[in-house]
Design a protein around this ligand. Structure first.
Ligand code: 6PG
Length: 243
C-alpha cells in the first residue's frame, strides 16, 4: 500500500497545510479521548512547521492543554545546544504555546551515554503508555508521528545500513555517532513508528526528490535501501512534499 502523497509548490504551503491537518486531528482526538499524543521530529525542514503552529492565528486551534509531545529522535547534546532537537522545538514552538510542562516528554540527554538516555526514554514511554500499548510486544500507539527525511533516506535516527532497522522488540534505541551533525543519537525504533495511528512525513528540498521517487516506486520495504521506505504503517500514512 503506497502512502498518500500531498505535493505543494513551496515548503511554506506544505507546512501550512500540515499545521492545519495536525490541528484537525488533534481537535478530533481531544474531543473523543481528551488526549492527543504527537511525536515531533528534528531537522531543519520542520522549523517552518513549528513556526506555523506557533503563529498567533494557529495557537487557539490546537488543543494544547491535552496534547502530549514526544520526540522521534534526539542528539546526545544538552538541551541548550544548537543541535538539540528538543531545544529547537522549545525555541520555535514550546515557548509560544500553552502546552503544560508535564505534557512535554523530551529525551533526557545529560546522561552518561546514548544507551542510558535510550533506556530512560523507554521507561518514560512505558510510564505514559503503561505496558499495554497494544500489538506485540506491547508497542505504544502514538496518535501521530511526525517525521522528516534526510537526503540519504533516513528517518528519525534510523540510517541506511543500520542494524537498528532490524530491531523487533525495543521501543527506543541508541545509535553510535551518525548523521549531520555527526553525534551519538537516541531514536524510536521502526516497530514503534509503524504502530502509530498516523505517520506524517514532511519532505522538503529538490535534493531529496530522487530518493523520494525510489521509495515511492518500491513495492516492498526490502526493495529500497532507504529507511523511509520502511515506514509502512497499515494505518494512515501521509507524505507532505515540497520542492
Ligand atoms: C534528526 C532527525 C532527522 C531529520 C531528517 C531531515 O534529528 O536529524 O530527526 O531524521 O528529520 O534528517 O532533516 P532536514 O529537515 O534537516 O533535512
Amino acid at each position: 500500500m503506497t502512502p498518500e502523497v500531498r505535493r505543494f509548490p513551496t515548503l511554506a504551503a506544505a507546512c501550512r497545510s500540515l499545521a492545519e491537518y495536525l490541528t484537525a486531528i488533534a481537535t478530533a482526538d481531544a474531543a473523543a479521548n481528551n488526549v492527543f499524543s504527537l511525536v515531533l521530529t528534528g531537522g531543519s525542514t520542520a522549523r517552518s512547521l513549528y513556526r506555523e503552529l506557533a503563529a498567533p492565528a494557529a495557537i487557539d486551534g490546537m488543543p494544547w492543554p491535552c496534547t502530549h509531545l514526544f520526540w522521534s529522535d534526539e542528539r546526545l547534546v544538552p538541551p541548550t545546544d544548537p543541535a538539540s532537537n528538543y531545544g529547537m522545538a522549545k525555541a520555535l514552538l514550546l515557548d509560544h504555546v500553552p502546552v503544560p510542562s508535564e505534557n512535554i516528554h523530551a529525551v533526557a540527554t545529560e546522561t552518561a551515554s546514548a544507551e542510558v538516555s535510550a533506556a530512560r526514554y523507554e521507561e518514560e514511554l512505558r510510564r505514559y503508555f503503561g505496558n499495554a500499548g497494544g500489538g506485540p510486544p506491547d508497542f505504544p500507539r502514538f496518535d501521530c508521528v511526525l517525521l522528516g527525511m534526510g537526503e540519504d533516506g533516513h528517518v528519525a535516527s534510523l540510517f541506511p545500513g543500520s542494524p537498528l532497522l532490524h530491531e523487533k522488540r525495543r521501543w527506543v534505541a541508541a545509535c553510535g555517532p551518525a548523521g549531520s551533525p555527526f553525534l551519538p543519537r537516541i531514536t524510536l525504533t521502526l516497530p514503534v513508528l509503524n504502530h502509530a495511528r498516523r505517520v506524517v512525513l514532511l519532505i522538503g528540498g529538490e535534493r531529496k526528490a530522487a530518493v523520494l521517487d525510489d521509495i515511492l516506486a518500491a513495492s516492498a520495504e526490502t526493495a529500497s535501501p532507504y529507511p523511509a521506505a520502511r515506514i509502512r504503517t497499515p494505518a494512515t500514512r501521509i507524505w507532505f512534499v515540497a520542492p
